[in-house]
Ligand binder design. Structure first.
Ligand SMILES: Cc1ncc(C[n+]2csc(CCOP(=O)(O)OP(=O)(O)O)c2C)c(N)n1
Length: 361
């Protein structure tokens, strides 16, 4: 394997950070402010974030050992966005995501089995072992699908939102994507369509400042992605994506508005991925040696630690109870990894069964 090259210094660009402290890895390290929040809801959110974290760490280990062979884009460090948004949804809503979708899937499904079996390529996985990490689906839970074409799933979400509008049941569509998707023309067309057709669609941009190995300052003249939504008159909220409470409040308001009036919304949540773009290592990013200085600080903005500390300080959680929570979740993950290892691969005879629609005349 070729040695990773040292990443080049950023080129001088007319770059301006519009996000201020939200883009500053040295800020927002303190425990969350949770006064007035429902502690049971926060404990449930913490449990879901721990499930996502431990599940992705297990997948990282399996990728490292070579047991899991599909490309895995892990979102360790970004868990609060998925959990803070999904808590406002029901199985009748439609959730779409891209290549880094494990958190969105797990936040909705709340069970590691379908994901773990899928990354092993087993027939018992969410896509019957034919999708791998980047093509997940659990339509009965509202997860209508992930797709790794950057920006490619956004037009599908517009279609789902149009369907929801026509059905008049108050259901919404939600689409998660990264800052890189704003460099695809389709996203801009979708913002225009959603605004013009008045569609109940929440755009959720997980702005982690990188697309593959490229810093946003090398790609755009500003780091604030929501400026594109404003250009289309879509209401915008910008939050610290590592603050579960801030994400939940902003997402809750935008989703409630979409259900009430059918209007779209745009949530920009700043965050950072702890691992390289794809795979299990911190120090490698698409053949580039990653600079780790920022990561050390971003880890201080850990969404799980900040919520856990807040719950402990206010007496809603003890260190022992947190350790027990982790152990219970880890045991469930270990059990499913073992089950996935011995589960069958899909029968080659069914290879095309789910590619083409076969029903009806
Ligand atoms: C249309 C398209 N172009 C390029 C790629 C290769 N690719 C995969 S992920 C990625 C970066 C995406 O960055 P971003 O949208 O910010 O999401 P993140 O990886 O940060 O979660 C690229 C360029 C692709 N999958 N699809």
């Amino acid at each position: 394997m070729p040695e990773p090259v040292v990443s080049p210094e950023p080129l001088p660009t007319p770059f301006a950070s519009e996000l201020g402290s939200l883009a500053d890895p040295g800020r927002h390290h303190a425990p969350l402010e949770i006064a007035g929040e429902d502690p049971r809801g926060l404990l449930d959110a913490l449990r879901r974030m721990v499930l996502i974290r431990l599940c992705e760490q297990a997948i990282a280990t399996l990728v490292g050992s070579g047991e899991v062979k599909c490309p895995c884009h892990l979102g360790v460090g970004q868990e609060a966005i998925a959990v803070g948004v999904v808590k406002h949804l029901t199985a009748r809503d439609h959730v779409f995501s891209a290549h880094r979708s494990h958190a969105h899937f797990l936040a909705l499904v709340d069970d590691p089995a379908l994901l773990l079996h899928e990354v092993f390529g087993k027939a018992t996985g969410s896509s019957r072992g034919m999708g791998g990490s980047q093509h997940l689906i659990a339509a009965d839970k509202g997860f209508t699908g992930s797709n790794p074409i950057v920006g490619g799933v956004v037009p599908v979400a517009v279609g789902a939102a149009l369907g929801n509008k026509m059905d008049r049941q108050g259901n919404v569509a939600v689409v998660f994507f990264g800052d890189g998707a704003s460099e695809e023309g389709g996203l801009h067309e979708c913002l225009n369509l959603a605004a013009n057709f008045v569609l109940p669609l929440l755009f959720v941009c997980e702005n982690n400042f990188y697309a593959s190995q490229m810093d946003i300052c090398l790609r755009q003249p500003s780091d604030r992605i929501s400026r594109f939504a404003e250009a289309h008159h879509v209401p915008v909220r910008v939050v610290d994506g590592n603050d579960l409470v801030a994400v939940s409040h902003a997402a809750g308001e935008l989703i409630a508005e979409a259900r009430r009036s059918g209007r779209p919304g745009f949530l920009e949540a700043t965050t950072y991925r702890w691992l390289g773009h794809v795979g299990h290592r911190e120090d490698i990013d698409v053949g580039i040696k990653r600079k780790l200085d920022d990561l050390v600080q971003w880890k201080q903005r850990d969404p799980i630690a900040r919520l856990r500390q807040a719950l402990q300080t206010t007496g809603h959680l003890t260190p022992g109870a947190f350790a027990a929570m982790q152990q219970e979740i880890q045991a469930r993950i270990d059990q499913e990894v073992a089950a996935a290892r011995s589960a069958p691969y899909p029968d080659p005879a069914v290879l095309l069964d789910y590619v083409y629609c076969q029903g009806g005349s």
